[in-house]
Design a protein around this ligand. Structure first.
Ligand code: BEZ
Length: 219
């Protein structure tokens, strides 16, 4: 099992752009690896199409995206056009690669398998996993959704915005936060330090009398 903060395991894989070494392919950028149960299925098509539409948003943040399912590369390639048409995308090529994990070695080792979803031969399929990996190759987020629930990729971008901001400043982002909204000063920042670091600070008065909700504008 890969825990938050662990180095994300390196691997070699067959993809729609040929064989890759994952760490080499990432280079020094952020990465999003996400799996889906099967090609030519409705929810998966909507998800991969949304990622096509959001490609420039990922690029803006220095993030490379790669998908994965247990179908072979030839099936992935045949599916790409459907995804592009569904996304309303008319540019050449496909903006991100898709891994073919036919023997399920990679998805099993990364615990992406959903025991309840099986192919026609009764072999388990991949669930809707997402991993966010930072430029030091550390895993920073992991989620696992069931096959019947499509993900919200705007939320993935929101998490990336939060991770990139909180890596740079001693702040944390509150519930439903959106970029440019106020953030919270991290509890580890002392009362002495806080005034120099965040001169525009406001402290929310609470019945406990404890000054732990310290808001500041987006740094
Ligand atoms: C879908 O992508 O629509 C899907 C795939 C597997 C199970 C259920 C739905």
């Amino acid at each position: 099992m890969v825990n938050l903060g662990d180095i994300f395991p390196n691997f070699e894989a067959e993809t729609t752009i040929g064989k890759i070494n994952f760490h080499d392919w990432l280079g020094d950028l952020w990465g999003v690896l996400f799996s889906h149960p099967a090609d030519f299925t409705p929810v998966c098509t909507t998800e991969l199409a949304r990622v096509v539409q959001l490609q420039s948003e990922f690029e803006k943040r220095g993030v490379k995206v790669i998908a994965l399912s247990c179908d072979p590369v030839e099936t992935h390639r045949k599916w790409l056009n459907d995804i592009k048409v569904y996304a309303g995308c008319s540019t050449e090529g496909f903006p991100y690669p898709i891994i073919a994990d036919e023997d399920r070695k990679l998805s099993t080792s990364l615990q992406m398998i959903d025991p309840d979803e099986r192919d026609a031969d009764g072999i388990p399929l991949t669930a809707r996993a997402v991993f966010i990996i930072d430029p030091r190759k550390r895993m920073r987020l992991s989620i696992l959704y069931p096959a019947t629930t499509g993900r919200n990729f705007s939320e993935i971008l929101r998490v990336i915005d939060s991770l990139q901001l909180t890596d740079k400043h001693k702040v944390a982002t509150p519930v439903d936060w959106k970029p440019q909204e106020h953030v919270m000063v991290q509890p580890s920042v002392s009362d002495e330090e806080v005034k120099t670091l965040f001169p525009l600070l406001t402290i929310v008065a609470l019945p406990s009398g404890k000054n732990y909700i310290r808001k500041t504008p987006h740094p």
